[in-house]
Write a protein that binds this ligand. Structure first.
Ligand SMILES: O=C(O)CCC(=O)C(=O)O
Length: 304
């Protein structure tokens, strides 16, 4: 959800985004750290997440190779002009950036015509990454469910179960002579359930907390987890949908690879009904079909 009012460059705050080590054998401690970070920040890093470093490196390489192709070659996966779907390559889609979207899960929703053919490994690497991200995402959903006292399947089921979609977005932010002029990605929260992000060595992502923009610092060992609007609503507001934005570098191209975990367009998502059994807490949000939710936000219509 975009929030233009915050679209200014403010001095960063010294606070640091939480880093959670998923290899800690005390899984209760890990689960509690994930829940706390989701309640207080809505954004956190995970390390020792089980996704092989080499796979992440290959994912970045095949994406960077695509970026380095001539513009005419990139048009092979262009988003068709009459398309009502999001998949495909667009330039200056929004802000100072080029984007390539393609789904990586579930298999029946994959359209390989939007997957670049420049690298023979592109498909294998992305398919492998999809399996790992799905596993990580489902683990985090289990912890978030249990953190609310629910069955561990509650979040996944609420988002659509086996129909949950994983949307890869490659974002290329070219160098910008005056980063103050334009933000690569204006301040917003994500529409979907949860987002997993990696990026190249050029930093630029910032998160908004307690009236400050905080620089998101990362290294290759980290995957950034961003709690988004649907998880905020499913948890009846307990988990925070993190506002964030991307600034640009004056000299280098920044590339990021967020994967958006989202309901399919027909899935109706709202506060999880199990939250309201037995006490007098009332739902704070109305349920919406995901397509309808996006429509409301995009056109600034009141939601609740
Ligand atoms: O490029 C980034 O680091 C952030 C991208 C982002 O916020 C988005 O695509 O929603």
């Amino acid at each position: 959800m975009e929030m233009e009012k915050y679209n200014h460059i403010a001095p960063p705050s010294p606070e640091e985004i939480p880093v959670i080590d998923l290899s800690n054998p005390n899984k209760d401690l890990v689960a509690r750290a994930v829940v706390k970070a989701s309640e207080e920040w809505g954004i956190f890093h995970v390390v020792n997440h089980g996704i092989p470093q080499e796979l992440i490196q290959r994912l970045k390489e095949v994406g960077t190779e695509f970026h380095e192709l001539p513009e005419t070659a990139k048009k092979a996966v262009a988003k068709p002009e009459d398309s009502t779907d999001i998949e495909g390559y667009t330039t200056n889609f929004k802000g100072w950036a080029d984007h390539l979207f393609h789904r990586i899960w579930p298999p029946e929703r994959i359209n390989y015509s939007f997957w670049p053919k420049n690298s023979p490994d592109y498909r294998e690497v992305n398919e492998e990454y999809a399996k790992h991200i799905k596993k990580l995402s489902e683990k985090i959903m289990e912890w978030l469910s249990e953190g609310l006292g629910l069955r561990r399947e509650a979040f996944k089921e609420g988002l659509g179960g086996e129909k949950v979609e994983y949307l890869m977005k490659l974002i290329f932010y070219p160098p910008c002579p005056d980063p103050g002029l334009n933000n690569g990605a204006p301040a917003h929260t994500d529409f979907n359930g949860v987002t997993f992000l990696i990026a190249n060595e050029v930093h630029g992502l910032q998160a908004f907390k307690d009236d400050n923009w905080i620089d998101v610092k990362y290294d290759d060992s980290m995957i950034l987890v961003i709690i988004a609007d649907q998880f905020h609503r499913m948890s009846n507001g307990k988990y925070k949908s993190a506002e964030h934005r991307a600034t640009m570098d004056t000299k280098k191209t920044r590339i990021s690879w967020p994967v958006f975990v989202e309901p399919n367009l027909d899935q109706v998502v709202g506060p999880l009904p199990e939250l309201f059994s037995g006490d007098d807490t009332a739902p704070k949000f109305k349920p919406y079909a995901y397509s309808d939710f996006k429509f409301h936000v995009r056109y600034g219509l009141p939601l609740d």
